[in-house]
Design a protein around this ligand. Structure first.
Ligand SMILES: [Zn+2]
Length: 428
């Protein structure tokens, strides 16, 4: 049984800011450091906000034994839109279906009179903490005056979104982006998100990538999300063209749009480029991703892809091509919750990856995809003490499978050694 009195006393004093120098050693039935094998009977020792050691067997000094639990790095959700976190169930696409049918539904939600982005973002951050998440790659569309909470919730990499099909709209968006990049709050990492291949004209794309390269910022782009996107990029026709005209966003003369493969080459001028969804990749795009795999990652959101496209990204082809793949949740406009574990379970259930690979896709690979691999995704000495404590209801021979099991509970989430979530009735 865990020593609950000692643990809660220690945690409470750490929350108050006292005793930060006092080592806190947490032991679980299994520790998954994610840079080596699982440690049966492993432990993690924390001083202040950092991990100072990870090991197995009996450590020196007092130990908090968390009993039948798994300790692993705080989960990383590399792609989210927190502003939709108050949507209770995913929005079904309207006719004609697919992405061109879903966008009007989500725009209606965004501009609804009752929409309160600040409250939705706060709710999404707390939901994420309860899901074991300590770092989120967030696409930020709200004005920079809307401040994200930065304490007591997961860390953020804020990708400021930019889009425009006309030169006027693009110039305005770029100006706002520059202003918001100059106001990135402390404790938040920055990034740039050229929104999507169908919403950013070629000239704006080049300006954004020049800016990302000059400021050493990672980028995130929605890419190859639907068949209709291919049709628009190749021929300026199809349901997307109809939608953009209806929204008054399709300029005359028509904008020059980049192909999927060209977006990959251009995106990789940034120090790290995350291509989101990549459900409909052609051979040229796959080859381009492979060529740039030292800085390109694909982030898939399986439940969103199933809702919007009725199919998943070609995970096995991507992995054969050596491309790093991470798993994100997307926003609650298209996903039923913000749990990376629940997303990862989908690809394991479909037999596309092993549980080990899937857990890497929501920890180490997800951290890499958003250029945070030096600080997140692993439990190791010198790293931030960001971790999740899980308690499976039953145990298999594979702890990674137990991490993803839907009945496994997130007992606690620690960020920098401090609790940002504790389940009711848990020793925390
Ligand atoms: Zn998205």
């Amino acid at each position: 049984m865990p020593d609950t009195s000692l643990l809660s006393g220690l945690i409470a004093s750490r929350q108050r800011g006292a005793s930060q120098k006092m080592p806190l050693t947490l032991r679980g039935r299994v520790v998954l450091p994610m840079h080596g094998p699982a440690l049966d009977g492993g432990w993690v020792r924390i001083v202040g906000s950092r991990i100072i050691a990870v090991g197995r067997r009996r450590p020196d000094g007092p130990v908090i034994d968390l009993g039948d639990s798994i300790l692993l790095p705080g989960l990383v959700n590399p792609h989210c839109h927190l502003e939709f976190s108050s949507i209770s169930t995913p929005l079904p696409p309207e006719p004609p279906g697919g992405l061109a049918g879903w966008i009007p539904a989500v725009m209606q939600a965004r501009f609804a009179e009752t929409s309160n982005p600040a409250a939705a973002i706060a709710a999404g951050l707390h939901e994420s903490a309860a899901a074991g998440v300590t770092l989120i790659g967030e696409i930020a569309t709200a004005p920079p005056t809307l401040a994200y909470p930065t304490h007591g919730v997961p860390r953020l990499r804020l990708y400021r979104e930019c889009l425009g099909l006309s030169s006027h709209r693009g110039a305005l968006s770029l100006k706002q982006l520059r202003r918001s990049l100059d106001r990135v709050p402390p404790h938040v990492s920055a990034g740039i998100s050229p929104h999507a291949a169908y919403s950013v004209h070629a000239g704006l794309a080049r300006q954004l990538l020049r800016l990302a390269a000059a400021r050493h910022l990672p980028v995130a782009v929605h890419l190859a999300e639907s068949r209709e996107e291919h049709e628009l990029l190749a021929h300026d026709t199809g349901p997307f063209r109809t939608l953009l005209e209806r929204l008054g966003a399709w300029p005359s003369p028509p904008p020059r749009l980049l192909s999927t493969a060209d977006w990959i080459s251009l995106g990789c001028r940034a120090p790290r480029a995350a291509f989101i969804h990549a459900t409909h990749l052609d051979e040229a795009a796959l080859a381009r991703l492979s060529r740039h795999r030292d800085r390109a990652a694909v982030i898939v959101c399986p439940r969103t892809a199933a809702l919007i496209s009725g199919q998943l990204a070609p995970l096995q082809a991507l992995r054969r091509a050596g491309v790093r793949v991470a798993i994100g949740t997307d926003g609650r406009g298209s996903a039923p919750d913000l749990s990376p574990r629940h997303e990862a379970a989908v690809v394991v259930d479909r037999g596309l990856v092993s549980p080990d690979e899937a857990v890497a896709m929501i920890t180490t690979d997800a951290a890499w995809a958003i250029a945070s691999e030096s600080t997140a995704g692993q439990l190791a000495a010198g790293r931030r003490a960001d971790l999740a404590v899980l308690r499976p209801s039953s145990w298999s021979a594979d702890p990674a499978a137990d991490v993803l099991c839907p009945t496994t509970e997130v007992v606690a989430t620690l960020r920098g050694g401090r609790l940002i979530h504790a389940a009711a009735g848990s020793p925390f």
